[in-house]
Design a protein around this ligand. Structure first.
Ligand code: NAP
Ligand code: F7E
Length: 338
């Protein structure tokens, strides 16, 4: 019998990479999707006939209980969330419902249906926020700076609490920023690589950005979903920081991306004060020593390789659109093999 995994957030960036990874490991993969008037399965289109999708919603407890009862998964990966930090100031209550209480709804369903299910929670380096030490590891105190970060702290601690209260095999992965050609276009890496492609191909003249001095530890989503799986494959549940241990500023990101296409970024980039956040996380750098030691996990894609992969993917996609050749190839293997 193959192992059964259920992924919430399967239509998102990490959901698509994780689904492809688990299928490659021989899993039977189920995905939870919320009802929409039009399907948004763009990122998993290439996997569609190998996945089973089910409608349920993080806001609806009974739909989650029924889903787990019907699928009877061995592992649940809870990736669904309102994940864009600026939106969390515009919709703080909804962010709390999805990103914080949604985790408790998932854990309650595990507890009721089968407490032997192994559970992964998508925690975030945004929990460190206005941190006073560098690098950050599993012992670093949290100081979240957005409603999103605050909601993730709740999700992190409720996961630990259910592990300690009910002996559920629940792990929290504190993942630093991770990107890919499938990243949403509002996040800064993809916003930049998409703009580079459009500027190079004559479709855009300027790129408006916010804080160019913010620094992040950016890795590749394909590497990070492997860490999620490794966490659930251990003998004991634990929490792990997943990061590359290298940081770059947004300015360095921009410079790197524009130079991939032979462009001088200073001719195109302007700062728009409207994109500065009400409270910024200035500086994040992760220490993944525990994951390296216990999971034998290492990132395989460097920052430079990641940005080049994203620029090439966006150039290819925009060129295809200009040529009328239809959508770009999606997924991990498509871009790994290029
Ligand atoms: P993403 O691309 O924004 O995907 C979010 C997913 O959550 C989408 O599939 C979305 O579905 C789903 N979702 C949102 N609200 C839902 C609801 N009420 N019911 C059911 N599904 C819902 O995010 P990502 O980058 O893949 O990140 C995955 C997870 O890791 C998130 O929890 C994020 O907060 C966390 N995280 C991400 C990073 C990172 O750098 N990428 C780092 C640390 C932690 P729709 O397609 O229907 O919108
Ligand atoms: O911003 C700065 C911005 O939106 C990165 C999510 O996946 O990672 C992500 O959160 C930095 C910030 O990601 C623009 O101020 C400048 O300092 O790409 P981002 P994020 O906020 O770090 C964490 C780990 C998560 O968990 C989240 O779910 O870039 N920045 N100018 C900009 N950011 C955006 N989006 N757009 C700009 O124009």
């Amino acid at each position: 019998m193959p192992q059964k995994a259920l992924i919430t957030g399967i239509t998102g960036q990490d959901g698509a990479y994780l689904a492809e990874f688990l299928l490659g490991k021989g899993y039977e993969v189920h995905g939870m999707v919320r009802r929409a008037s039009t399907e948004n399965f763009e990122r998993i289109g290439h996997l569609r006939d190998r996945l089973t999708l089910h409608q349920a919603d993080l806001l609806d407890q009974l739909s989650i209980v029924n889903l787990l009862d019907g699928v009877q998964p061995d592992e649940v990966y809870n990736l669904a969330a309102q994940s864009f930090v600026p939106t969390s100031w515009l919709q703080p209550l909804l962010t709390g419902e999805f990103t914080a209480l949604g985790v408790t709804r998932m854990l309650e369903a595990v507890r009721l249906v089968n407490p032997k299910i192994r559970f992964y929670q998508a925690s975030s380096s945004e929990m460190f926020g206005a941190v006073d030490r560098e690098p950050q590891d599993e012992q670093t105190p949290f100081y979240p700076r957005s409603p999103y970060g605050v909601a993730k702290v709740y999700g992190h601690w409720i996961t630990i609490n259910y592990r300690e209260s009910y002996d559920i095999f629940a792990c929290s992965g504190i993942l630093f920023n991770h990107e890919s050609p499938l990243r949403g276009k509002e996040f800064v890496t993809r916003k930049v690589t998409d703009a580079v492609a459009r500027i190079k191909l004559g479709l855009q003249k300027k790129l408006l950005l916010g804080n160019l001095d913010a620094a992040r530890d950016w890795g590749f989503s394909g590497d990070y979903v492997r860490a999620m799986w490794l966490m659930l494959a251990q003998d004991e549940p634990d929490d792990y920081v997943i990061a590359t241990g290298r940081k770059h500023t947004v300015r360095q990101l921009v410079e790197t991306a524009f130079s991939c296409a032979g462009l001088d970024w200073e001719k195109y980039v302007e700062v728009d004060p409207a994109l500065i956040r009400p409270a910024e996380v200035h500086n994040l750098l992760g220490d993944a020593s525990r994951a390296r030691a216990k999971l034998s996990w290492e990132p395989e894609v460097s920052f430079e390789q990641l940005i080049l992969m994203m620029v090439e993917a966006d150039l290819d996609r925009v060129q295809r659109q200009l040529d009328g050749r239809g959508p770009e190839p999606a997924g991990y293997t498509a871009w790994q093999n290029k």
